[in-house]
Design a protein around this ligand. Structure first.
Ligand code: SF4
Length: 290
């Protein structure tokens, strides 16, 4: 397989074949994100992608999962994605799922029929970064999408048959905005009703713009205890009616939370309250990672 630059994938794609169909992120302006800052966005040539798939077929016996990289591969037109998905079907009949990163605005640019086509051609899930339910935070981090666009994009993906796995980031508003970030994120999660939601905790690479805000004092990072309080407030503000698999067990998190909303909401909140009284439950800073 040929790859350009560093490759990123969701933790749940650890055993997937990673196939780069785009390089970088077409937006690439979020102030907290360092993932694709070294890459200039472009679309890989179809023949190169197909050659990589042939190579993988020749070298791997069984491929059950495929993740299409890079940062927002859903931005590809269906005329480019569909031939790739068709070749995947032909070469890997054993493949159970194909997944991809996508921005809400990528989903909104496609028609309902186009999203349905992608689902029928094999894409089962789209990983989407919402980051925050707060309009102010979204503007501050230069997300390039409004709260309503993110909600609509997630709903549109779910309506097509594909699942949406949506990521939020605790600590993203700093000390000045944590309450609004928590409340609005909880409400947004309830409103968009994704099949999966993940909560990471902010970790700052020194090269990203938000690092400068912190260094200058314009943004104050939350302490681990404050992150736990923020997560508690966020969960308190969820009113999920359709089952949502909730995870906050990433290497960046201070406390591991796993459960299904709404039924495990109280148990997860109890664990957070326990951690607020017992700081030994929190991960040591040295063991956190992105
Ligand atoms: S967070 Fe996502 S959309 Fe924003 S720059 Fe990074 S990869 Fe692109």
């Amino acid at each position: 397989m040929r790859y350009e630059g560093n490759i990123f994938r969701p933790p749940s794609e650890a055993y997937s074949l990673l196939v780069q169909v785009t390089v970088g992120c077409a937006h690439n302006k979020c102030t907290f994100c360092s993932m694709y800052k070294d890459k200039k966005f472009h679309i890989r040539k179809l023949e190169d992608v197909l050659e990589d798939l042939e190579w993988a077929r020749a070298h791997y016996q069984r491929i059950e999962r495929i993740f299409l990289c890079d940062g927002d591969a859903l931005c590809l037109a269906n005329s480019k994605l569909l031939p790739i998905l068709e070749r995947i079907r032909q070469l890997f009949p054993e493949c159970e799922r194909v997944t991809v990163y996508g921005r809400a605005t990528d989903a909104l640019k496609k028609t309902d029929e186009e999203l349905r086509e992608l689902y029928e051609a094999g894409i089962t899930m789209v990983y989407m970064g919402a980051e925050s339910g707060s309009e102010k935070v979204l503007a501050d981090i230069n997300k390039g999408e409004t709260r309503q666009q993110i909600i609509d994009g997630v709903k549109k993906v779910e309506a097509s048959g594909m699942k949406a796995s949506v990521t939020f980031i605790s600590g993203l508003a700093g000390r000045a905005g944590w309450e609004e970030h928590a409340i609005e994120t909880g409400k947004m999660l309830s409103e968009m009703s994704p099949s999966y939601a993940a909560l990471l905790t902010l970790m700052v690479d020194p090269s990203v713009p938000i690092a400068e805000e912190i260094a200058s004092g314009r943004m104050e990072l939350l302490t681990p205890e404050e992150v736990i309080a923020e997560t508690l407030l966020m969960l308190k503000n969820t009113e999920v009616t359709k089952k949502c698999v909730f995870r906050s067990n990433h290497a960046s998190n201070y406390l591991s939370l796993k459960g299904n909303l709404p039924e495990d909401k109280e148990a997860m909140m109890d664990l957070l309250r326990e951690a607020m009284d017992n700081h030994d439950m929190l991960k040591d800073e040295r063991f956190r990672a992105l």
